[in-house]
Write a new protein. Structure first.
Length: 42
């Protein structure tokens, strides 16, 4: 069951990241380890 919880948490984090970023940024998605620079903010 912990694996299911972990995948669910990962999906939630991905969904939040997709909501906060612009749709164009989904193509060049960076892992959470790298610094995120708001380059294409409109």
């Amino acid at each position: 069951m912990p694996a299911l919880l972990r995948s669910l948490l990962l999906l939630t984090l991905l969904a939040m990241a997709a909501c906060t970023s612009s749709p164009g940024d989904l193509q060049d998605y960076r892992p959470l380890g790298e610094p995120q620079t708001p380059h294409r903010l409109t």
